[in-house]
Design a protein around this ligand. Structure first.
Ligand SMILES: [Zn+2]
Length: 254
């Protein structure tokens, strides 16, 4: 399959949006940032080149002012709260969770409140009071309390479930976690993006791309570059800061 034929389904889907005079919306969430690294530099340079806003889900317990200093050079980056320490509290036979029901709810909420204040203290205006649970998992019982400790939004993975807080989920993960642990097959990823766009066309959520800059192989970086080439310079597509999506839902009163 040639490079162009891999991307053709996306180009065709975007043509449909263009013919209808509509704008296809995307947003980018990247998880696990803690400190400046060459991989973070690469992510910020790549997104900066294509004017793609990026929401970094940062781990509060282990980050410090060095990341804030680095991001002061990156006006297109926002920072969300990636749990507290990205620590697993589930038993070995269960899926990993930091924010599960394995500990008293009050203890988990205390950590999350500390996480939020740490990120706001370090990042100021760049901080978005959105919780991104590690491993995209959170005890449903905790969600009711997030508003009371200052969060305005939650972002996990997949179709959003009803919640008493704004939910802005990622829905296309570029990494093959259970196989190669590198980038997923490009054709499958393009198909998935097209499927998300088709849902969005009929009133569904924007395409929420999920990346993990610290573990990207070269194929993952190249995929992002190609995707930004197809979408970032197209009049039909718009890459939005997550704050716009949160505000829109607040105003919509969903
Ligand atoms: Zn993570």
């Amino acid at each position: 399959m040639t490079v162009d034929s891999i991307w053709q389904p996306l180009r065709e889907e975007l043509m449909r949006w263009e013919n209808a005079g509509r704008t296809a919306e995307f947003w980018l969430r990247d998880d696990d940032a803690v400190e400046p690294t060459p991989a973070l530099d690469r992510l910020l340079a790549l997104t900066g080149d294509f004017a793609v806003p990026v929401t970094l889900a940062v781990i509060p317990a282990v980050t410090d002012a060095r990341l804030a200093d680095r991001l002061s050079q990156a006006a297109h980056a926002a920072v969300a709260i990636h749990g507290w320490a990205h620590q697993n509290h589930a038993p070995g036979d269960q899926k990993k969770q930091e924010l599960g029901a394995h500990r008293p709810r009050g203890a988990v909420l205390d950590e999350l409140a500390r996480g939020l204040s740490q990120i706001v203290r370090l990042h100021g205006e760049r901080a978005v009071p959105m919780l991104v649970p590690p491993w995209n998992r959170i005890d449903a019982g905790l969600i009711d309390n997030l508003g009371s400790i200052g969060f305005t939004a939650l972002s996990v993975y997949g179709p959003p479930k009803p919640a008493p807080i704004r939910v802005v989920n990622s829905n296309v993960d570029i990494m093959d976690w259970h196989g190669t642990r590198g980038c997923r097959d490009y054709s499958l990823l393009v198909q998935e993006i097209v499927a998300r766009l088709q849902q969005a066309y009929d009133g569904g959520e924007p395409v929420g791309l999920l990346t993990h800059h610290l573990v990207h192989d070269e194929a993952a970086w190249i995929f992002l570059e190609r995707l930004f080439e197809v979408t970032g310079r197209s009049r039909v597509c718009e890459w939005l800061p997550v704050s716009v999506l949160i505000d829109r839902r607040t105003k919509g009163g969903e």
